[in-house]
Design a protein around this ligand. Structure first.
Ligand SMILES: Nc1nc2c(ncn2[C@@H]2O[C@H](COP(=O)(O)OP(=O)(O)OP(=O)(O)O)[C@@H](O)[C@H]2O)c(=O)[nH]1
Ligand SMILES: [Mg+2]
Length: 289
């Protein structure tokens, strides 16, 4: 069969994770309107008789301002080193910028084939799409495909990728969509529900660490999660007035986890302050970055 690894790269917030979910046909990676939502490399697998594509969703490439930011960029570079084909995502609804150009330049240097997805076509006029295409065409990469990941309108991407894959083994069982441990996935879904409801800079300061999950005798899956913020003032915001935010976001997470794991869920949330964790290497190690 044809098989290989396809890192999905681009600036923060261009829709990489939404696109991976649309291509895999299952939610493997959380998404949000906040930049820098994805903080790990997340594999999403698409298997057919003739091929297996292992998509590797990656954090948005950006100018790092913290130790975490630096680590995230390194993670993307590492995933590019193992690439068979690269899927480079740009935003059709915003002009091609210096961030996109920097990424394009580094991709041109490596000689892995690059397929460019021009995403968010639903939010762009035909003239905007055409203009972004014209600018990006100058990079002379392997293929250019306009898509709307949000609408699940992603025609042609899979064909463009498969036609450039080498012969290889199936890296994952045919029914696998991801290789993430349940514990990690649960933490991500909890984090997503807080990102949906938090404003300003706080999303960057939030980390979620899930402890040992336990199937209880009453049929409930018990999920203990600690939410880490960077300052005492943020703790109150995450909890909310009368613990309202904690209850609402916790409820959203419980609902999605119930469907995902097919069992009743008890999400036990604790909020702690871990001062400036994004900037401290020891904490980043402990949080698994
Ligand atoms: N209108 C529109 N919005 C989209 C589309 N794809 C993604 N989005 C939105 O763009 C925002 C960012 O999407 P993500 O998939 O989280 O973006 P990302 O590139 O993974 O972001 P990072 O992980 O932060 O780098 C979310 O609000 C998505 O709903 C699209 O095709 N059309
Ligand atoms: Mg993402």
């Amino acid at each position: 069969m044809l098989s290989g690894f396809v890192p999905v790269v681009g600036r923060p917030n261009v829709g990489k994770s939404t696109l991976v979910n649309a291509l895999v046909g299952s939610k493997v990676s959380i998404t949000s309107k906040r930049p820098q939502t994805t903080r790990n490399t997340i594999r999403g697998v698409l298997t057919r008789d003739e091929f297996q594509i292992v998509f590797v969703d990656t954090p948005g490439l950006h100018k790092p301002r913290t130790a975490l930011g630096g680590r995230l960029n390194e993670l993307v570079r590492g995933s590019l080193a193992d690439a068979d084909v690269v899927l480079f995502v740009i935003d059709a609804s915003a002009p091609v910028g210096p961030g996109d150009r920097r990424i394009a330049a580094s991709l041109i240097e490596a000689d892995t084939p690059v397929v460019v997805a021009i995403n968010k076509t639903d939010a762009a006029s035909p003239a905007e799409i055409a203009s972004q295409l014209t600018v990006a065409a100058e990079w002379d990469l392997a293929a250019y495909v306009p898509v709307s990941a949000l609408d699940g309108d992603v025609p042609g991407i899979v064909d463009e990728l498969v036609s450039r894959l080498p012969e290889g083994p199936a890296y994952f069982p045919p029914d696998a969509v991801t290789d993430q441990p349940d514990q990690f996935l649960a933490g991500e879904i909890i984090r997503e529900k807080f990102l949906d409801r938090l404003r300003d800079e706080l999303p960057h300061s939030l980390a979620v660490v899930v402890g040992d999950m336990e199937q209880r005798k009453n049929g409930m899956l018990y999920i203990p999660a600690t939410l880490y913020v960077e300052r005492t003032s943020q703790k109150g915001i995450v909890i909310g007035k009368g613990a309202e935010l904690l209850r609402q976001a916790g409820g959203d997470a419980r609902e999605e986890l119930r469907v995902l794991f097919g069992t009743e869920i008890y999400v036990d949330l604790t909020v702690k302050v871990e001062k400036d964790w994004q900037r401290r290497n020891a904490t980043l190690d402990r949080f698994g970055f």
